[in-house]
Design a binder for this molecule. Structure first.
Ligand code: ADP
Ligand code: MG
Length: 689
């Protein structure tokens, strides 16, 4: 049977069934072939209805002998059937599924799965159904037993047995032919199974071992064709991304280093050398720097900005929050106060005249530095003389936003900074062409904060502890949580907290900062905190990233269970920046396992890389990085975390093939090329970052 043939040519598929299948985007044989089961049910041995075991997930089948319906109380209806398989009987029940009355009838064959218990009240063994299938005859039922059965994802109106009938017609009655594009030698060298038997195995597994081998083959395919296309695109991209090299030495850079109050860590020096190497080339830098909070990433940003200015170009730095942008701006202003460098600030709320002047200056060909929020990527900003872009806290931006900033210039050099490690598998897919640097060393003298988990009743003693340290001149953050994503409620809890804290700590000045304040007010409060005019800062998560006040050595986080793990780690990263030992109190009452897990992880480790691994396990990759934002396709079978080794292998193979034969012209790759041409999904610079 031709793979593109409509399903209607398959025995048993009438127009009605075809219509239902269409709802699952299954239109032809290929669609069905690649519509893999969601789960499998091992029905190779089913128990007889004598001496059936107690427990969860027990399977049984039989013929309905009688049906009873009982309304136990308002809101609880039970349908109870007695079924028999000729050897014994079993009582089977459904809760609150009144609609089944229309389907159930004496004589119907059922397959059920659920929990089996002894009901002491009715004195009988009962199965509470969680899954069921109904069949008109024993013959029909028996076709769905005795093997590992596929369970397909369904939509209303479709039944498992119908899907299995189609599967049987296609696979068992050998109605399909599929060409395997992979050359035999390649399959042999990678120990990959053939395509057709692998597909059949996925629908009708014969054993765990065979199934795994088949799945590996199909997962390989999913990654492989994607990586081939990425590799091809990358070659085109590289040849079109000629950039102007930047000067990596000069007066400004020297002055900057000699003005620094500290010596750079070895890790910082190493990364600066890597950046130097990139900037000296005539292809644009595309580098991600990953370093835990407080590891000194800002210095790398400053270095790169200066290289742009030394070359007579513009260096742009984009950061995700206004507070952070202002902080960077003030830091640079201070560092360069005796140097001849123009530094601009760009954010959404600015005096109109000021903004206009900045936007105008950025259009020109004068060298300068600009620090901005998302405002930098707005349509009215033009940066024709852009030499280098830096994106701070890059995980807070989407792929498109990162790309937008680069597009403001002609192949500018780009540097991305992040404290949130990107799993390797994501690096290999979405971040295909990105070089990576790691800062694995904190500036000397840092002590990891002590982290304590306490409940509300222990808050009082935490306050006492903090008062002691406040009296020695140190400072305290008190963070109030995100309440159901609502800024309004956030604010309420912080404002209420502010009043309580003021009453608690009367000898100190308490400040309040949150997202609703005017930018000017926010800057002023941050400045007062930095200058120790405010000793206690009550805050919402606006202080989550980047804020740097080394004298603040204490943090209390209320309702800690409501924060995500990376958020907690980022928040805690605000303290422990001076030389003193700092203390972080997580106050809360976690109920869910994941909430407990996050707090436990925070207490146990201060290592951002470990925490993000744990986070990945708790949340799953899509949620953690926003797969949609990252531009990574939805793979059908493949799992980016579980199948990482297959991903690595497919990437290596794809790159080698494209390197040897960029247009896949050799006879060996003819079929692969054909398969790639059939793919229509757009794959653009997005995946190349
Ligand atoms: P992050 O990597 O989180 O962006 P920052 O760049 O904000 O970290 O640096 C955190 C703090 O450490 C800042 O106060 C910065 O001045 C300081 N710092 C950076 N590098 C060093 C160093 N090599 N020695 C001492 N302090 C440093
Ligand atoms: Mg930073």
């Amino acid at each position: 049977m031709n793979l593109s043939a409509s399903l209607q040519y398959i025995k048993g598929v009438g127009p009605k069934l075809a219509k239902h299948l269409e709802k699952l985007s299954i239109r032809n044989v290929t669609d069905f072939v690649y519509y893999f089961p969601r789960l499998y049910d091992d029905r190779r041995t089913l128990p007889k209805l004598v001496g059936i075991e107690y427990g969860e997930n027990i399977q049984a089948y039989g013929r309905i002998l009688d049906i009873k319906e009982r309304k136990v109380r308002p809101g609880l209806t039970i349908i109870n059937c007695k079924i028999s398989d000729g050897f014994g009987t079993l009582s089977v029940q459904w809760f609150n599924q009144a609609f089944l009355k229309k389907v159930l009838r004496v004589g119907l064959w059922v397959y059920v799965r659920g929990k089996v218990e002894f009901n002491h009240f009715e004195k009988e063994t009962q199965l509470s159904v969680s899954e069921h299938e109904f069949y008109q005859s024993y013959e029909e039922l028996s076709m769905n037993l005795g093997a590992i059965m596929p369970i397909y994802g369904l939509k209303a109106g479709l039944y498992q047995y119908q899907m299995r009938k189609v599967a049987k017609a296609i696979f068992k009655e050998n109605n399909f032919e599929i060409e395997d594009p992979l050359p035999i030698a390649l399959k042999r060298s990678l120990n990959l199974a053939d395509l057709k038997p692998s597909i059949i195995e996925l629908h009708y597994p014969s054993s765990r071992e065979n199934f795994n081998k088949a799945r590996t083959r199909l997962v390989f395919d999913e990654f492989f064709y994607y990586q081939l296309r990425l590799s091809q695109k990358r070659i085109q991209f590289r040849s079109s991304s000629m950039a102007k090299p930047l000067r990596v030495e000069g007066k400004l850079i020297d002055a900057y280093f000699s003005n620094l109050e500290y010596t750079l860590t070895n890790a910082q020096k190493r990364v600066i050398n890597e950046i130097k190497g990139d900037l000296s080339k005539n292809t644009s830098m595309n580098r991600l720097v990953q370093g835990d909070v407080g590891s000194g990433k800002t210095d790398l940003a400053i270095f790169s900005l200066l290289c742009a200015v030394e070359t007579g170009k513009i260096g742009a730095l984009m950061a995700p929050t206004e507070i952070l942008v202002v902080q960077h701006y003030l830091k640079l202003k201070k560092l360069f106060h005796n140097l001849d460098i123009k530094i601009h600030l760009l954010k959404s709320k600015m005096k109109a005249a000021e903004k206009r002047a900045t936007v105008e200056a950025l259009k020109g060909d004068k060298a300068c530095i600009v620090i901005g929020t998302h405002s930098l990527i707005q349509g009215y900003v033009e940066l024709p003389n852009l030499g280098c872009v830096i994106i701070d806290e890059q995980h807070r931006f989407g792929v498109i936003q990162r790309l937008e900033l680069r597009k403001k210039g002609i192949n500018p050099h780009a540097l991305f900074l992040t404290a949130t490690p990107i799993p390797r598998s994501f690096m290999l897919t979405s971040f295909g062409d990105l070089e990576k640097s790691i800062i694995d060393e904190l500036p000397p003298g840092r002590k990891a904060p002590n982290t304590y988990f306490i409940n509300d009743s222990e808050l009082e003693s935490a306050y006492t502890h903090c008062k002691k340290r406040l009296s020695m001149g140190e400072q305290l953050y008190i963070v109030y949580p995100l309440v159901e994503e609502s800024e309004k409620l956030d604010l309420k809890s912080a404002v209420e907290g502010f009043e309580i804290i003021k009453a608690q700590f009367q000898s100190y000045t308490v400040g309040l900062i949150h997202g609703r304040l005017k930018p000017q007010e926010k800057s002023e409060i941050m400045k007062e905190f930095k200058d120790n005019k405010i000793q206690i800062l009550v805050a919402t998560t606006v202080i989550e990233v980047g804020i740097d006040v080394p004298n603040a050595s204490m943090m209390i986080i209320r309702h800690a269970e409501r924060f995500g793990l990376s958020q907690l780690h980022q928040l805690r990263g605000r303290i422990g920046r001076g030389g003193q030992q700092s203390d972080c109190f997580l106050v809360g009452n976690p109920k869910s396992d994941s909430g407990k897990g996050r707090i436990k992880a925070m207490v146990e480790t201060n290592d951002g890389f470990k925490l993000s691994e744990i986070d990945l396990k708790i949340r799953g990759p899509g949620d953690m990085l926003g797969t949609k934002q990252s531009g990574i396709p939805d793979f059908n079978l493949a799992n980016l975390i579980k199948d990482e080794s297959i991903l690595v292998c497919s990437k290596q193979v794809a790159e080698k093939i494209i390197k040897d034969d960029p247009n896949l012209e050799s006879l060996d790759y003819r079929k692969i090329k054909k398969k790639l041409m059939e793919e229509h999904t757009e794959l653009l610079e997005l995946q190349l970052n």
